[in-house]
Design a binder for this molecule. Sequence first.
Ligand code: PG9
Length: 630
Amino acid sequence: VLAAAFTSAAHAQTSPMAPDIPAGKFETTVPNADYVKQDVMIPMRDGVKLHTVIVIPKSIAEGKAPIMLTRTPYNASGRAGRMKSPHITSILGDGDDAFIENGYIRVFQDVRGKYGSEGDYVMTRPVRGPLNNTQVDHTTDAYDTIDWLIKNIPQSNGKVGMVGSSYEGFTVLMALVDPHPALKAAVPMSPMVDGWRGDDWFHNGAFRNPNLAYIASQNAARGEGEKIVTGINDDYDAWLRAGSTSDFAHLYGIDQLNFTKKLFEHPAYDSYWQEQALDRILAKRPLAVPTMTVVGRWDQEDIYGAYATYAAVEPQDKTNKLNSLVVGPWRHSGVNYEGSTLGALKFTGDTAREFRRDVMLPFFNQYLKDGAPAFDTPPVWSYQTGVNRWRRLDQWPLVPSSTPLYLKPGFGLAFEKAQGKADKTAAFDEYVSDPAKPVPFVPRPVHMTDANVWKPWLVTDQRSYSDRPDVLTYTTAPLTAPLQLAGQPMVDLYASTSGTDSDWVVKLIDVYPDESAAQPEMGGYQLPIAMDIFRGRYYQGLDKPAAIPANKAERYRFALPNVDHVFLPGHRIMVQIQSSWFPLYDRNPQTFVPNIFYAKPGDYRKATQRVYHAPGLESAIELPVVQAGK
Ligand code: PG9
């Protein structure tokens, strides 16, 4: 009897040929989880629904908890699913530790057009206006999302914060353009702000080639995209053999993607870039939401935007409490990971965790948690490199870059100006820049997509380049007293080229003493403190590309990334100058062509470059020197 019952109850209903893989999504249950995870589709004002993952600790009572929102193009489900686990600490990332420990509701949303969200994806979708003729952007999507969340999550206390790094930092800033009243505090981290001036796409007009791999991965599909497969171990070879950046894009099919076309159509700082630069947009909006902008000192992707938005909004911050800046000793997005080292550098502990726990959390709590104590938000919280310590400052930059460090004949550097008349023979140093043999940005073989290469590359020992014949290297004697810098160095370069276009790469470097008993590899290490590139054709204006008159000294002024650094006694200051940085930046053909993306093989020509250090042509780096005792 039992056997018969078993047969009819358990087996009779499922046909042997019933498909064994469910048509819809199937997930095993996670019993005894300390959280509830919900997948919802939140409707936007245009009817498009955005996929949103909500993680609520079970311990939270109704009406009690703030919401921490991140809007991402990088798969919301993945962001809330580091691993499958009953523990909220295991499903969320390291960067969420402070929120988990303090009972926040954590929300991740796929931006429109990516992963589970409906609608069209437009890369860093511009705000509504001249570049966006639709009714929606990330400002309205954030607004509509926040509105829905506070009305539909019973545990919500009606207060929302936003946090996120890079693209996710960009979406935080976009929410601030016209913020929902429930958005009470924001922490944009390494936000992408101006893709042309110094964030992901270009630096001062020089194009960043790794973007093509990013575009393939982001834009080939709504979900995971494509990889570029070259079959060549060394990216240096792969890019050099391809020719121009458009040749490379064509070879691997990436020229078919619309965003590649948009980039190639806008090589200069035209209205396409100016009108979507978020610092310009936010400068014109009221400062309504307390905002703490965060960036890594050695941020290899978005080293420009955090400072730019902080500076643009700061004039509105009359109390010096609502708009703050944090700079840690991190790589791009390093704030959300373990922060005790970067490449060869060792810091005083887990600097990222320290920030998240001791600064970011109390900052958020005071605005988001009912009854939380007020927090004395540091106007600027900066990790001073060289001496390795956090410090609280009232402003940034601390000092203007008004102390020129001059290049000197004999490859020296000095704070004293040249004396007397120009000595023609000693007036310049020269090198031949050959586009067929560009200077690599990291030692070859170059693997740009290898995280171990890419993430710490801005602290790479520059010794591999200082003795190249196409790199000029200027150095001081060992310092006898500490030299403190706190601000944004400014390059003031007088240089000529025998070509009609040219790139200028300038690096400010801390040369360690010859020997280090504690860490032998640091003996003589050439640590980059601030480096950047300038595309010479923009010497008359970033929106005015022009041929450079051959063999005529022109003045090139451009800012380097911000520094908060002490050169210690026994260390030396070094400046390196070169005309390529490959394959990170596309090669300048050194012949003026209308659009470098489309340069032809014959346009790439050797050029003789001269860097001047003579009366009237005093090349220098203007440094933000903090006088001793300040
Ligand atoms: N740096 C990345 C990015 C941001 C915005 C546009 C394109 C790329 C990122 O890490 O998200």
